[in-house]
Design a protein around this ligand. Structure first.
Ligand SMILES: NC(=O)c1ccc[n+]([C@@H]2O[C@H](COP(=O)([O-])OP(=O)(O)OC[C@H]3O[C@@H](n4cnc5c(N)ncnc54)[C@H](OP(=O)(O)O)[C@@H]3O)[C@@H](O)[C@H]2O)c1
Length: 329
């Protein structure tokens, strides 16, 4: 497993990171996901040299952190765990806003430390910039936790270039988690350049387009699947998007790799300061994704992919309207 350095001050992490969200939430519920297979997938990732796991305290409302903690109990490995906080939910799972006030940050951290069964959170980040709290206050609270030894590194998620700059002035940001794939290239407009200027690494999520770029997505999504509410996965948009994916499938066939592998390889080739974060809940998809590391793309092949899938190629917003308000546009 190749390693990449995170930020100017950060650790070396495996060049592919495992997203654990789907093991508890968003692609089904904690009740419907396969717990045994999820844990086996985390173990298989560690066996393959993945040392970078991704979660959020609101994924399954604490369920995901507990699952990771259980998976690691029997293992000697100590992977780095990146945790997001701030999203508020009701007991029935509804999302009811964000809270990244300093006192809340410390409260969230206390619960995460207990659930993960650890003394320190490796990377800690607000899941969205809280529109009601100056970013300086939120990251100031994380910086205090770092000074107290409760957190190692500061991250941000879906922050605008301006918020990234403001946060970085308060405390060095190690990593910025943001959607980046052949289906969502909006960060190329400005954010990627800002991150590079500041020496902040990008942890790219949605690399296989939430399943779209694998060419294997079901067209009838269950009610517990967040994609059913995402314009990109609805009606005419989905039809048009699947047509675009067939172009990727053709290119992958020519290359002799899977469609998912080509999508992952494209992100891997976009710079050593970008770490693809891929959600897998099954060992089979994890294995396929890990093999993307051996897919080498020539400058010409990257150019072809760039030109075939410019930003805007895929129809429909990546989140429902309320979700679009707090993400990079
Ligand atoms: N910062 C943020 O705002 C934010 C937002 C969303 C997610 N995240 C993090 O980023 C991670 C990745 O994002 P994501 O999971 O939404 O998007 P993703 O990695 O693009 O897509 C994951 C989906 O694709 C499927 N998949 C993956 N590899 C596959 C393959 N080789 N063949 C067929 N299907 C495949 C997965 O199903 P299987 O599990 O069945 O393989 C899952 O349904 C999450 O786990 C989470 O930790 C962060």
């Amino acid at each position: 497993m190749q390693l990449r350095k995170l930020g100017k001050n950060g650790p070396m992490v495996s060049e592919l990171s495992l997203g654990c969200m789907g093991m508890s939430d968003f692609y089904g519920t904690k009740e419907t996901r396969d717990r045994k297979e999820s844990i086996a997938t985390i173990h298989a990732a560690l066996d393959a040299g993945v040392n970078f796991l991704n979660t959020g305290d609101f994924y399954g409302i604490g369920h995901n952190e507990l699952l990771i903690s259980e998976a690691l109990k029997t293992r000697p490995d100590k992977p780095l765990i990146s945790v997001k906080f701030g999203a508020l939910r009701t007991p029935s799972g509804d999302f009811i806003g964000y809270d990244a006030r300093p006192s809340s940050v410390k409260n969230f951290a206390a619960h995460t430390l207990t659930r993960l069964g650890t003394d320190v959170i490796d990377i800690y980040q607000p899941s969205r910039v809280d529109p009601n709290v100056p970013i300086e206050d939120t990251v100031g609270a994380v910086a205090e936790l770092i000074r107290e030894g409760k957190v190692r590194y500061l991250g941000l998620s879906e922050a605008s270039p301006e918020n990234l700059r403001r946060a970085h002035k308060v405390y060095p940001v190690t990593a910025l988690e943001v959607e980046y794939s052949l289906a969502t290239r909006v960060i190329e407009k400005e954010l990627l350049q800002t991150a590079r200027e500041l020496g902040v690494s990008v942890v790219a999520y949605g690399v296989v387009g939430r399943g779209l770029l694998t060419g294997t997505i079901e067209t009838k999504l269950g009610v517990a699947d967040f994609r059913a509410n995402s314009p990109r996965f609805q009606g005419k948009n989905l039809e048009a998007n699947l047509e675009r994916v067939s172009l990727l499938q053709e290119l992958a066939k020519k290359k002799g790799c899977s469609t998912a592998q080509l999508a992952i390889a494209w992100v891997l080739h976009k710079g050593n300061d970008i770490v693809p974060l891929i959600g897998s809940t099954r060992r089979a998809s994890l294995q396929e994704n890990l093999e993307a590391q051996s897919v080498k793309l020539s400058a010409e092949e990257i150019e072809t992919l760039d030109a075939t899938f410019p930003e805007g190629t895929f129809q429909g917003d990546r989140y429902p309207a309320h979700g679009m308000q707090l993400v990079v546009k």
